[in-house]
Design a protein around this ligand. Structure first.
Ligand SMILES: O=P(O)(O)OC[C@H]1O[C@H](O)[C@H](O)[C@@H](O)[C@@H]1O
Length: 304
């Protein structure tokens, strides 16, 4: 990407600049008084967000994450599209779709009246995407870095045939200690249990808050709009407000899972939990010709 051109168009002295990061990836560094954040055009991914008064980052990024043009980055808020989980057309394909492997363009970037920085990333179909899915599309990821962090993903069907997608904002939240972390707001929600030792069609109903004591890999259905991660070790709450999503994936790979993933440290299961705003499982989204659909989430940190 042409960093000089991006900086000439959008840089704001001491507030926003484009730099080259590890693996040659394009990074956007933001420090606007409300928060500090790092975004990358690779996958249109937020890598880091820390509000001005916060001690710790909202997000986790693995120290073993790959930073390379054709790899996904383990951490931050990966964008999963046009399939979430396994591709129903071909389960051998990369999990969670191709959007997070691509370099997105940065067509717009501005400071809002309240001082927040808004960035728009764009991606459109090309020969290689049409080889995987024969769809004509425009995608936008919009990120707002302010007193809260907002991420949204808009899909526009640019063709004449309807298509279906599943998708997700696969947020990796930093935690201080799994034993002192709970996910609140899922009480009474049905879930599909995808943990490695669960039988193929295992399901359950959440009772009370969800603690982290073993592998968790659950797809919760009909979830409320607002969920909370309470983290006593970091003395904070993370509020997650989702839009156009009624499904939430909670994932912590625990010890065996962390050890099995080359881009995670063996101990990383102690350092994050994923609480993902998704359209997945039975929540498949149909996009009619010329129609736009949007999924989004706003993340807010509060002290305990
Ligand atoms: O592809 P990754 O970023 O490693 O994420 C991988 C994980 O994502 C989701 O949370 C799924 O529910 C898990 O089954 C999967 O293992």
């Amino acid at each position: 990407m042409d960093l000089d051109a991006l900086n000439a168009a959008f840089a704001l002295p001491n507030v926003l600049r484009f730099v080259e990061g590890q693996g040659g990836l394009t990074l956007i560094e933001v420090d606007n008084g409300l928060a500090r954040a790092t975004l990358t055009a690779h996958g249109a991914q937020v890598l880091s967000y820390r509000p001005a008064e916060a001690r710790d980052d909202l997000l986790f990024v693995s120290e073993r994450a790959y930073f390379a043009p054709d790899q996904e980055i383990k951490g931050g808020v990966p964008i999963c599209w046009p399939w979430f989980g396994r591709d129903p057309d071909d389960p051998e394909r990369i999990i969670h779709g191709f959007a997070r492997l691509r370099d997105w363009s940065v067509p717009a970037c501005e400071m809002r009246p309240d001082g927040a920085i808004w960035v728009r990333f764009g991606l459109a179909d090309d020969e290689s995407t049409r080889a995987l899915r024969p769809h004509y599309f425009n995608l936008w990821v919009e990120v707002t870095v302010g007193a809260t962090l907002s991420v949204s993903l808009t899909t526009r069907n640019a063709g004449d045939e309807p298509f279906t997608i599943t998708q997700g904002l696969h947020a990796y939240f930093k935690i201080g200690d799994p034993a002192q972390t709970h996910v609140l707001g899922l009480d009474g929600c049905r879930y599909l249990d995808k943990a490695a030792d669960a039988p193929p069609d295992a399901a359950g109903v959440q009772s009370g808050s969800l603690g982290l004591e073993a592998e968790v890999n659950r797809i919760y259905e009909s979830v409320p709009q607002c969920l909370t991660i309470e983290d006593k070790a970091l003395s904070r709450r993370i509020r997650i407000e989702s839009h156009n999503s009624h499904t939430c994936v909670v994932w912590n790979p625990w010890i065996v899972g962390s050890r099995s993933m080359p881009d995670l440290d063996d101990e990383d299961y102690r350092r994050f939990v994923c609480v993902e705003t998704v359209n997945a499982a039975s929540e498949v989204i149909r996009v009619a010709p010329r129609q736009e659909v949007r999924i989004g989430a706003e993340y807010r940190l509060e002290s305990l």
